[in-house]
Design a protein. Structure first.
Length: 333
């Protein structure tokens, strides 16, 4: 073998070793969402992919088959740990049932961050990166209170489902914003107030939201303010109100800030919504995961990923942005 050939072989070997070392140093981060189809989680995945590419990390993704699929998320955690993930970001389908799988992963040195929804207890994960859901509810409650300006109000709340911490926080925040006394972010359980004439579960679904609103109107046809857990439920509520010829006399307020919801806001279906930011949520989570993989420093506690009140009908003394701003930060089609 001549000298030139030796140099060439040495260079090839050097490149191969460098590539191997680079791959070995590539942090592996896992993202597990509740479902693959919800636009909120599609945007979250997009944010994680962007951050992983920027940070030079390998992203593994998985999701439950549907809301409530805990078994699918447990399997995803196990698979990601086996694949060498140093950090896992998860939006729990079942905040309590997922805890043993999270503990097992953490016991093996994996940092686990909850996104959007906390585990129960919250310290079952290393950290929570999420919207302040109590504040989101409070913003739309404050908006509605000013809009009604002391006029009689009869409220229907179209909630998530019993016991879910996000649903409870949003509901309680809305009532606190409306001025119901004694409700704070630490209040345990779902509260009520003297002007709440109907509370029903929508599961965040348009069809179920429509049915819930129909049932509420049967109980009290004089409802003039509707709080909804999210914008699909708001769209369902509006359908029921329109069918009953009551859509013009009822205000709907909601939470999410998805693109469909912002369009509904612009069209007058929703008076105000509190926009949250899943892309930012996941991006910050990936950055924290990469930092842990490289330095061993874990994220901890709660990180507020922001919320903004969006409305085309601003109220005096209530800070808000318009639909154009909402469109710039929305997700989905």
């Amino acid at each position: 073998m001549n000298a030139k050939h030796c140099i060439a072989v040495g260079l090839v070997a050097s490149v191969a070793v460098s590539a191997t070392l680079a791959n070995a140093a590539e942090p592996i981060i896992g993202l597990i969402t509740k479902t693959e189809t919800n636009p909120f989680f599609v945007k979250m995945k997009e944010g994680a992919q962007q951050a992983a590419q920027k940070q030079g990390a390998k992203l593994l993704t998985a999701a439950g088959k549907a809301d409530g699929d805990n078994a699918g998320q447990v399997t995803a955690i196990e698979n990601m740990v086996s694949a060498g993930a140093k950090a896992i970001l998860i939006t729990p389908n079942d905040s309590k049932a997922i805890v043993p799988a999270i503990k097992k992963a953490r016991d093996q040195g994996v940092m686990v961050i909850a996104l959007d929804s906390p585990a129960e207890p919250a310290n079952a994960t290393d950290a929570l990166f999420a919207t302040d859901n109590f504040k989101a509810g409070q913003l739309i409650g404050q908006y509605a209170k000013v809009a009604f300006a002391g006029k009689p109000v009869k409220i229907a709340t179209l909630d998530l489902f019993p016991g879910h911490p996000v649903g409870i926080a949003r509901h309680n925040g809305f009532l606190a914003g409306m001025g119901v006394p004694g409700i704070t972010a630490q209040t345990v359980g779902q509260s009520t107030g003297p002007n709440v004439v109907c509370a029903a579960d929508s599961y965040g679904d348009q069809g179920k939201g429509q049915t819930a609103m129909e049932n509420c109107l049967q109980k009290n046809p004089d409802i003039n303010l509707v709080y909804t857990i999210n914008e699909p439920a708001a769209a369902g509520a509006y359908k029921a109100l329109k069918a009953a010829g009551k859509e013009k006399g009822v205000m709907i307020v909601s939470i999410d800030g998805g693109c469909a919801g912002v369009r509904d806001l612009k069209a007058g279906v929703i008076a105000a919504t509190a926009q949250q930011y899943p892309l930012k949520m996941a991006g910050l989570g990936v950055e924290a995961g990469v930092a842990y993989a490289k330095t061993g420093k874990k994220a901890s506690g709660y990180v507020d990923t922001g919320v903004t009140l969006i409305s085309e009908r601003p109220q005096t003394g209530v800070a808000s942005r318009d639909a154009a701003f909402g469109t710039s930060g929305c997700w989905g089609k």
